[in-house]
Design a protein around this ligand. Structure first.
Ligand code: TYM
Length: 345
């Protein structure tokens, strides 16, 4: 792995919001890649840390019971996808108060103008910015704290989070510059693989998202086989047959998305998939995609349901993960306070 800065030990961190059900986009763009990083971490001897970012989730209203359930469900999704609490640190953000503490320092480092440029802020706040929570505006500073409280050097995310990870680099650089230290690493966003941007099944120009008002636009990790098949059957496409080469998908966003999902699910790429399926109509290709999706996703969703039957066990795993996370975070926060000039008796 390439190192962000030579003086920092490689360490991987990423997170997902428990703000709704998990989608195929989260799975292909993030979770599945977390598992690959975990395995690499085991082989190469670096730490991998994965978080359920519940403090981020409440930047928009969350019903408390739903938030608890979604946090456990996300933990179950992590584990069912192959993250192993013995190999990676798994925990929910609010159990490690150092995230919020460092975020405050970063609120004082980051500039209003930087935050105003964030596309996620613009999208989520919409026209009514006066009514958005202050937390939603400060969201990227908390995200920077999530990453930098572990001196993480590599952050695997989907395409939509690139700007936030780049802002994290800016915050680290400004902190280091203002306090004349080389304390925080300049983290790399790691955006790689076939599925860094899985699109809506209803509109190929929009990202597949848990907050899309139409459930038909996404595949949820908890959807059963019939629902998955039905959503793929109804997915928007065009009337043409599939091309044999990737260039033939130009200007065909929906077709490209379905081929891309297929490629990601079978660990292949668009060119190889098109070699096999080029010339077929969607009436033939959609059932192939549905079968593949069900084959890959149903073991995960049944394992998630099994894990959800023992919520205490999930809470126990998260508690142990939080202890391990704090052991790394606490000294980094203590040193940050010292650098900033806070007195400690
Ligand atoms: P969130 O919860 O929206 O999404 C979690 C991860 O899933 C990826 N993702 C997608 N990838 C491909 N196609 C899609 N349609 C798709 N939808 C979501 C996201 O890119 C992300 O990697 N701000 C973050 C959570 C966060 C975080 C962090 C991430 C908080 N602190 C620190 C990394 C490091 C978010 O809202 O992700």
């Amino acid at each position: 792995m390439s190192e962000a800065q030579t003086s920092f030990t490689p360490r991987v961190f990423s997170g997902i919001q428990p703000s709704g059900g998990l989608t195929l986009g989260n799975y292909l763009g993030a979770m599945r890649r977390f598992v690959q990083w975990q395995d690499r971490g085991q082989q190469e001897g670096f730490e991998t840390i994965f978080c359920m970012v519940d403090l981020h989730a409440i930047t928009v209203w969350q019903d408390p019971d739903a938030l608890r359930r979604q946090t456990r469900e996300l933990a179950a999704g992590y584990i069912a996808s192959g993250l192993d609490p013995a190999k990676s640190i798994l925990f929910n953000q609010s159990q490690v108060p150092e995230h919020a503490q460092l975020a405050w320092i970063f609120n004082c480092v980051a500039r209003m103008g930087w935050m105003q440029r964030m596309t996620q802020w613009k999208d989520k706040a919409g026209k009514n910015t006066q009514n958005a929570s202050l937390g939603l505006f400060a969201y990227p500073a908390l995200m920077a704290a999530d990453i930098l409280i572990y001196h993480a050097t590599h952050v695997p995310v989907g395409e939509d989070q690139k700007q936030h990870v780049e802002l994290t680099r800016d915050i680290a650089a400004k902190f280091n510059h203002d306090y004349k230290v080389d304390f925080f690493p300049e983290t790399e966003p790691v955006i790689e693989g076939a599925a860094t941007r899985v699109m809506s099944l209803r509109d190929g120009s929009k990202k597949m998202s848990k907050s899309d008002p139409s459930d038909m636009a996404r595949i949820n990790m908890t959807d059963d086989a019939d629902t998955i098949a039905n959503k793929i059957r109804k997915a928007r496409t065009d009337p043409d047959a599939l091309p044999s080469e990737a260039e033939g998908l130009e200007g065909r966003a929906e077709a490209r998305n379905l081929v891309n999902i297929y490629a990601a699910l079978c660990d292949s790429d668009i060119a190889s998939v098109l070699k096999d399926v080029g010339g077929r109509q969607f009436s033939e290709f959609k059932p192939m995609l549905a079968d593949l999706a069900v084959e890959k996703l149903s073991p995960i969703s049944s394992e998630m349901s099994r894990l959800m039957e023992t919520p205490d066990e999930i809470d126990r795993i998260l508690g142990l993960g939080a202890d391990r996370a704090r052991a790394i975070a606490a000294p980094i926060l203590a040193r940050t306070y010292e650098i900033v000039g806070m007195i400690k008796s």
